[in-house]
Design a protein around this ligand. Structure first.
Ligand code: NAD
Ligand code: ZN
Length: 236
């Protein structure tokens, strides 16, 4: 019965999208597609140079039309579809590969490339094409207030109450393709462990909070995750 099945929280990072051709940060020497984080992923950068920042996210948005979910995204969506217990997928990624693979219970804690946000009326709305710095908000009609709905460094991640509630209840916490350097996500393993959960890291190499996990699987997510989840479905 569902109530006897362990509650599962999965955290994913840029590494799960690497095999789809979306570059991670750290693998490129701390750069995001050739850009310093301070130049494209902080509120200060947007104030200083909005054109550069908008252009960077316009390129990231365009890239989504050229990439596909990989075996790891698909395995997670399939697992969710077959699992009768409580399941939550939290991603730090701003791409849309999890939803395109079929994941449903999904929170984008760092925002989404395909959303924009109006700093004048606070409306969040869909943005599929390029966003210009003078574009008008569909809600309030004003121009000059629109920005990508991305949580930049120094800003508050989204859905934190829901995520911490789920972590406090979970019996299994799985972290996939994240370097464990960006907080608060890097601290989720500790919250889950304190709640008595089994904690598993699936990553190419040990991440920053690796020592806090009870189990490690080192390898490519697209290869390790489908096998791990298949086995998990049999065991639980
Ligand atoms: P990160 O770039 O800091 O770390 C990625 C981790 O994934 C590394 O530890 C690396 O060893 C591992 N990795 C690389 N290829 C892998 C593979 N095939 N299988 C398994 N692991 C693999 O990414 P992060 O920890 O997610 O933090 C970076 C921040 O950058 C996040 O906030 C995120 O919003 C943003 N970001 C997002 C994307 C995206 O949406 N796809 C891409 C780059 C950066
Ligand atoms: Zn507005």
């Amino acid at each position: 019965m569902a109530k006897d099945l362990p509650s599962i929280v999965v955290l994913t990072g840029a590494g799960i999208s690497a095999e789809s051709g979306v570059k991670t940060f750290r693998d490129a020497g701390g750069l995001w597609e050739g850009h310093r984080v301070e130049d494209v992923a902080t509120p200060e950068a947007f104030v200083r140079n909005p054109l550069v920042v908008q252009d960077f996210y316009n390129q990231r948005r365009q890239q989504l039309t050229t990439v596909e979910p990989n075996a790891a995204h698909i395995a997670l969506a399939d697992f969710e579809g077959s699992y009768a217990g409580e399941f939550l997928l939290v991603t730090q990624n701003v791409d849309n590969l999890h939803e395109r693979a079929g994941s449903r219970k999904l929170l984008h804690m760092h925002g989404e490339l395909l959303n924009k946000y109006c700093t004048l009326c606070f409306e969040v709305s869909e943005q599929t094409g390029d966003l210009g710095i003078d574009d008008c908000c569909v809600q309030c009609g004003q121009s000059g207030g629109l920005r990508p709905d991305i949580v930049w460094f120094g800003e508050m991640p989204k859905y934190m109450d829901t995520i911490y509630d789920a972590l406090a209840r979970c019996k299994l916490f799985l972290s996939i393709g994240t370097s464990g350097n960006v907080y608060p996500a890097a601290g989720f393993v500790q919250v889950a462990a304190e709640a008595g959960a089994q904690t598993i890291e699936i990553n190419l190499d040990p991440g920053g909070s690796s020592r806090l996990f009870s189990q490690h699987i080192h390898g490519k997510a697209g290869e390790c995750l489908p096998a791990y989840l298949k086995n998990l479905l049999v065991k639980v």
